[in-house]
Design a protein around this ligand. Structure first.
Ligand SMILES: Cc1cc2nc3c(=O)[nH]c(=O)nc-3n(C[C@H](O)[C@H](O)[C@H](O)COP(=O)(O)O)c2cc1C
Length: 202
C-alpha cells in the first residue's frame, strides 16, 4: 500500500500536471510555428521574467535527449548585474549579453559522459546533449514571449573564472533572455541550397 506522503506527492504532481497543461495550452505555440518564427533577439526590455517562467524554460532544457540519458549539464541563471557584465566582457564585449534581464549559462560536464562513453562521451556527446538543451530552452522561451540569442563566442576561461566554476565543467553557451525590445523582422529564411545540405537516398 502507498504511504500517505507518497499519495500526497502523487496528488500534487497530478494537479501540477493539470496546471502545466492548462498553462501550456494557453501559452505554447505549435512547435513548427516556433521553429519558423524564431529569430535571435539582441535587444531586451528591462521587465523581469517571472521566476515561474524561468523555471518552465529550464524544465524544457532538462527534458532534452541526452546520450544514455546521462544529462551531463548544469544551468546557471544569472540575474546579478555585475556578473552579467563580466559575462559580456568574456563574450568579447558583446554588450547585449549584459543588458538582458537574465543570462542562462549552459555548462557541460564531460567527465560525466566519459564514465560511460570514454572519449566520444567527453568530446562529442556531452556537447550534443547540452546543445539540444539550449535549443529546447530557446524554443520554450519563445513560446512564453521571451527572446533570446545563443552566444557561443566567448573566452571559456573568463566565463569559468567569473562563475568560479569547478574544472569539471565546460561552458558551452551563454543565452541572454528577456522580453524583446525589438522583434527582428521576419524574413524569408536564407537557408543554404537544398542541393548542398540535403542528400536523399531512396
Ligand atoms: C553555436 C552558435 C554560436 C553563436 N554565437 C553567437 C554570438 O556569439 N553572438 C551573436 O550575436 N550570435 C551568435 N549566434 C547566433 C547566430 O548569429 C544566429 O543564430 C544566426 O545568425 C541566424 O540568425 P537567427 O538566429 O536570427 O535565425 C550563435 C549561434 C550558434 C548556434
Amino acid at each position: 500500500m502507498q504511504e500517505f506522503s507518497e499519495l500526497r506527492i502523487n496528488a500534487y504532481r497530478e494537479s501540477l500536471d493539470v496546471l502545466c497543461s492548462v498553462e501550456v495550452t494557453v501559452l505554447s505555440k505549435n512547435v513548427i510555428e516556433a521553429i519558423e518564427e524564431r529569430r535571435s533577439v539582441r535587444q531586451f526590455k528591462q521587465d523581469p521574467i517571472p521566476e515561474s517562467v524561468v523555471n518552465r524554460i529550464i524544465d524544457c532544457g532538462l527534458k532534452a535527449p541526452s546520450a544514455g540519458n546521462i544529462q551531463p549539464w548544469q544551468f546557471w541563471v544569472i540575474w546579478r548585474p555585475s556578473l552579467k557584465a563580466a559575462l559580456a566582457e568574456a563574450a568579447f564585449g558583446q554588450e547585449f549579453v549584459g543588458q538582458a534581464p537574465i543570462v542562462m549559462v549552459v555548462l557541460a560536464e564531460p567527465a560525466r559522459s566519459a564514465t560511460r562513453y570514454g572519449y566520444r562521451g567527453s568530446e562529442l556527446y556531452c556537447i550534443q546533449d547540452t546543445a539540444a538543451a539550449v535549443q529546447n530552452m530557446i524554443l520554450a522561451a519563445l513560446a512564453y514571449g521571451i527572446g533570446s540569442c545563443w552566444v557561443g563566442a566567448f573566452d571559456e576561461k573568463k566565463v569559468s573564472k567569473a562563475l568560479n566554476l569547478s574544472e569539471r565543467f565546460r561552458p558551452v553557451a551563454l543565452v541572454p533572455m528577456g522580453y524583446p525590445a525589438e522583434l527582428p523582422a521576419r524574413r524569408p529564411r536564407s537557408c543554404r541550397p537544398l542541393e548542398e545540405t540535403v542528400i536523399t537516398v531512396q
